[in-house]
Design a protein. Structure first.
Length: 121
């Protein structure tokens, strides 16, 4: 038994692992939580801006309306609501030239997409 006690004393002195205090552990935990919160807020802002600025659906719809107008399947003036977009198509003349304006205005963000096409005569 005496031999085991001396071996235990030798190993416990030489290979002692110093533990951290409670205060150090709390500070490290708070720093990790703050970094995680900051990173999640940045990613949330990035993703929401990407979704908010995605105009691909309305651009595709305006191209479809251009195709329909070009093949004379659309009566002008044309007004409709597509998702959150108010779509208007109007024909007008300026300097003896005919134009067709395709305009889409987002009702939530007031973003405006407009395509002006010269009409062939």
């Amino acid at each position: 038994m005496a031999v085991l006690k001396t071996i235990h004393k030798v190993f416990s002195r030489d290979y002692r692992v110093k533990g951290s205090t409670l205060m150090e552990t709390l500070v490290a935990t708070v720093l990790i939580v703050l970094i995680f919160m900051l990173a999640s807020m940045i990613l949330n802002n990035l993703f929401s801006n990407t979704i908010k600025n995605n105009n691909q659906a309305i651009k595709t719809h305006l191209n479809e309306l251009q195709y329909l107008q070009q093949n004379e399947q659309l009566r002008l003036p044309y007004v409709e609501t597509f998702q959150n977009w108010n779509v208007t198509i109007e024909s007008y003349k300026e300097n003896s030239q005919s134009y067709i304006e395709f305009e889409a205005i987002n009702s939530k963000t007031n973003k405006n997409l407009s395509i002006v096409k010269v009409e062939n005569q």
